[in-house]
Design a protein around this ligand. Structure first.
Ligand code: UN1
Length: 503
């Protein structure tokens, strides 16, 4: 049993998780000590089918509720999150092992997206388009898309769902969520808070938000169900390929946010003090388990030795341990298979000529069943082998470069395209990095690491990252369907392109 089991129970009760949802065969464990913290009832495929059916019925009503009124539901949900931030943040820390500020940060990210979606509910703007025909005008408007299926990963168990849920609800969609089987309790907690908001709202249709808990087969079910108009999936490229193919086969829409293999370039003009702090957070924060984690460092040869010297010291000194039991910056990996994946990648890197500082399991008292790892810094002779893959663990590979073109080519030379950054004060190099011939990623930052995005921007990336965009900017359009209308207010029927068809 985990030492956090009774605290978990208390938090779940306070957040209003119904006792009936607990006590099934799916065991939730805390990576903090590896022990069970609760159990939930998995959703059967039949029940999941009924939940999707209910959501489809709810959608038929919800789409007719005026958008600013729908925004009110999101506002109420944001209020619930504000009132319960400490509990939910703590539960995130217990269930997936985040340090307290990151557990709370996730809930803050949920609150932020609720605020954003509330504003958006009055700004689902369309267009008026000039028509080439006399006495005509054209408009483009956005209608709710349908049921939105949300598949989320363990590493951001609540925020990524909220990005999708808040936008989808404001856009007039119903939602069905399949959380990671490694994080079912935070999912139950979020659903309970949303149910409270729905109760306060008063007249939202039943079944507007569904939760289906279980393994991969439930994700497949969502992907294959023609009643699910949009499937937004966050996770591995392998998962996304399966989901994307299944959704495409039925001409559904998918929003994919998949693997990242994010690099930072450290240019000769970089502020090294700032770069060091940014690199430490981006590469070791969240124990390397963000999609946006810094995994590759491309360092100019003129600053390589100075930076690496300092980085080795930081890697040797960083505190690893249970973040709820003491002051640490690096918590546990999610489970044994994550740790084994890290070890495998380090072995392959060594075989490819890499020099490894750090790595290996860290023993934490009272947490013998947990998997804590010392973050690893790996100096590579070139960008090969495991550097081309995303290993979801705190491994930072480092290579040298000579000129900015080479650095950009290295940055772009992997199959993934989520996030990237440059540390530089030379404006020309910065602008080159941001230009059309620069970083090929969905996110390109300057003088900060690739992780820790704000919700206001569109989040996602290219190539094997899947091409989807979630969260801010106009990502909401992915949750609506576009309609173009040409309106003739005249008494004749001029045809476009000068076509004549007189009967
Ligand atoms: C993820 O890891 O899937 O930009 C999401 C970040 C966070 C979100 C990460 N705001 O690192």
């Amino acid at each position: 049993m985990s030492r956090y089991v009774s605290e978990t129970k208390t938090i779940l009760e306070r957040l209003g998780v119904p006792a009936g949802a607990l006590g099934g065969q799916l065991v939730a464990r805390s990576p903090l000590d590896g022990g069970p913290i609760g159990a939930v009832k998995p959703t059967t495929p039949e029940a999941a089918d009924a939940i999707i059916g209910k959501a489809a019925e709810a959608f038929a009503l919800w789409r007719k509720v005026p958008a600013p009124r729908r925004g009110e539901l999101v506002r109420l949900f944001g209020e619930q999150l504000r009132a319960n931030k400490d509990d939910l943040g703590r539960l995130v820390s217990i269930e997936v092992g985040k340090v307290p500020s990151e557990g709370l940060g996730e809930v803050q990210e949920m609150i932020d997206i609720c605020d954003f979606a509330l504003g958006l509910s009055r700004q689902l703007y369309g267009l008026v388009i000039a028509s080439e025909r006399p006495d005509h005008r054209m408009i483009e408007q956005w209608h709710p898309a349908g049921v939105v299926g949300i598949i989320s990963a363990f590493n951001f168990p609540v925020a990524v769902w909220a990005w999708n849920a808040a936008l989808a609800l404001a856009c007039g969609d119903a939602i069905v969520w399949k959380p990671s089987e490694k994080a079912p309790l935070t999912a139950l907690a979020c659903q309970a808070l949303l149910m409270r908001a729905i109760a306060q709202f008063g007249d939202a249709p039943e079944g507007l938000s569904g939760l289906i808990i279980g393994e991969r087969d439930l994700g497949e079910l969502l992907a294959e169900d023609h009643r699910v108009a949009v499937v937004s999936a966050t996770g591995s490229t392998r998962m996304g390929r399966a989901v994307g193919e299944a959704v495409a086969r039925r001409f559904g829409r998918s929003i994919l946010e998949l693997g990242g293999n994010n690099a930072s370039i450290v240019a000769p003009s970089a502020d090294l003090d700032l770069a060091l702090r940014a690199i430490a957070f981006a590469a070791m924060g969240t124990a390397g388990q963000r999609c946006t984690t810094l995994r590759r460092l491309v360092v100019h040869e003129s600053v390589y030795d100075a930076l690496l010297h300092r980085l080795r010291t930081v890697y040797g000194a960083v505190a690893v341990g249970d973040p709820l039991a003491g002051e640490t910056l690096v918590g546990p990996l999610i489970d044994r298979s994550a740790f084994e994946g890290m070890e495998r990648a380090l072995d392959t890197a060594r075989a490819a000529g890499g020099t490894v500082t750090g790595g290996g399991r860290v023993a934490v008292e009272g947490a013998e069943a947990a998997f804590y790892a010392r973050p690893a810094l790996v100096e590579m002779p070139g960008q090969t082998g495991p550097m081309l893959e995303e290993t979801f663990a705190p491994i930072l590979y480092v290579v040298r470069y000579r000129d900015i073109e080479e650095a950009i080519a290295l940055q772009n030379g992997v199959p993934q395209g989520l996030s990237s950054s440059i540390f530089a004060t030379d404006m020309r190099e910065i602008e080159q990095f941001l230009s059309a011939a620069g970083s090929d990623c969905g996110i390109a930052n300057v003088n900060m690491g690739p992780s820790g995005a704000e919700i206001g921007g569109a989040f996602g990336g290219e190539k094997e990252t899947g091409g989807g965009r979630e969260s801010g900017s106009d990502a909401w359009k992915g949750y609506m369907r576009r309609q173009t209308s040409a309106i003739n207010y005249g008494r004749t029927l001029p045809l476009a392109q000068g076509v004549k068809f007189d009967i």
